[in-house]
Write a protein that binds this ligand. Structure first.
Ligand SMILES: NC(=O)c1ccc[n+]([C@@H]2O[C@H](COP(=O)([O-])OP(=O)(O)OC[C@H]3O[C@@H](n4cnc5c(N)ncnc54)[C@H](OP(=O)(O)O)[C@@H]3O)[C@@H](O)[C@H]2O)c1
Length: 263
């Protein structure tokens, strides 16, 4: 079982949604926190609320993770402040919906930078210290989109497939070094994730951030390599691609995103 109390977690995308709830639950377990996102005001008010409520130390860092130098900057800033990261929660992420060619190329590349490149860099920069200390954890947020190509969210699903495969391989590599790596595959969750999209899903069709985080941390405490903090029907959907031809899986996924109003 990970020793939460008194150690430090870095949570990316902590300004809202699932990341904010991760911060609250880790603070409740007695962890000091480093909170990262672009919305500094939201981070600072969360940091002050959590440190008052739980008596922990909270540091808010304003970083745009779409900037290729952001991971190096975060690592250098924490070294300068003498803060060691024991648990890394790579939660920040975004998905563009609609056809691939309808977006600006810079938007597509920015999403790959946040979801993949910066996640890899942070895993590397903080994973090294954990391996040397033979103690630590990395929780990477993938998605139920990790399991199949997803027309109308093509780049997003591909980035999340990367996160799942990368995390499972890393979990195997670090298993003997005292570092527990876990991927998380939430289903649709009621956050700001779909804000500004054409989705017709309502909050009642989705999981809450609270249930996602509670199930994720329960899975982490059980030593799981992959967590599926979602309802049975969504979990079932992640299993189908194992049994059906890929062309059929892509057609079904395309019909599903159309049904969700994402085309
Ligand atoms: N909601 C879902 O249905 C769902 C399903 C499966 C997986 N997920 C995954 O869950 C994770 C959390 O998403 P959410 O649902 O909580 O979405 P959200 O409410 O939109 O929150 C996203 C978080 O990521 C941060 N972020 C986005 N771009 C960033 C950037 N360039 N630099 C720094 N931080 C950035 C945002 O902070 P700022 O805007 O303040 O920078 C925010 O804190 C993501 O990885 C997402 O892919 C979500």
């Amino acid at each position: 079982m990970f020793n939460y109390r008194g150690s430090t977690a870095l949570v990316t995308g902590a300004s809202k949604g699932i990341g904010e709830v991760f911060a609250e639950h880790l603070a409740a377990r007695g962890m000091n926190l480093v909170l990262v996102a672009r919305s500094l005001d939201a981070l600072e008010s969360l940091a002050s609320r959590l440190s008052d409520k739980y008596g922990i130390r909270c540091t808010a860092l304003n970083a745009d993770l779409a900037d290729p130098v952001s991971a190096d900057w975060i690592a250098a800033e924490l070294e300068r402040r003498d803060i060691q990261v024991d648990l890394l929660v790579n939660n920040a992420g975004l998905g563009l919906s609609g056809n691939f060619l309808s977006h600006e190329l810079t938007q597509e590349q920015g999403s790959i930078q946040v979801n993949v490149q910066t996640l890899v860099s942070l895993s590397y920069l903080f994973g090294k210290g954990m391996k040397n200390r033979r103690k630590g954890g990395i929780i990477n947020i993938a998605s139920n989109a990790s399991f199949q190509p997803l027309p109308a969210m093509a780049t997003y699903a591909a980035t999340k497939a990367f996160v799942l495969h990368f995390s499972e391989a890393l979990s195997y590599e670090l298993a003997g070094d005292g570092v527990h790596v876990m991927a998380v595959c939430p289903g649709p969750t009621a956050t700001n994730f779909f804000a500004g999209t054409t989705t017709n899903m309502s909050a009642k069709d989705m999981d809450s951030s609270k249930s996602v985080v509670e199930k994720t941390l329960a899975a982490y405490d059980q030593g799981k390599k992959v967590a599926y903090p979602t309802r049975f029907s969504v979990r079932l959907g992640t299993l189908l691609p194992r049994f059906l031809p890929r062309s059929l899986v892509t057609k079904i996924a395309g019909a599903a995103t159309k049904n969700m109003g994402l085309h």
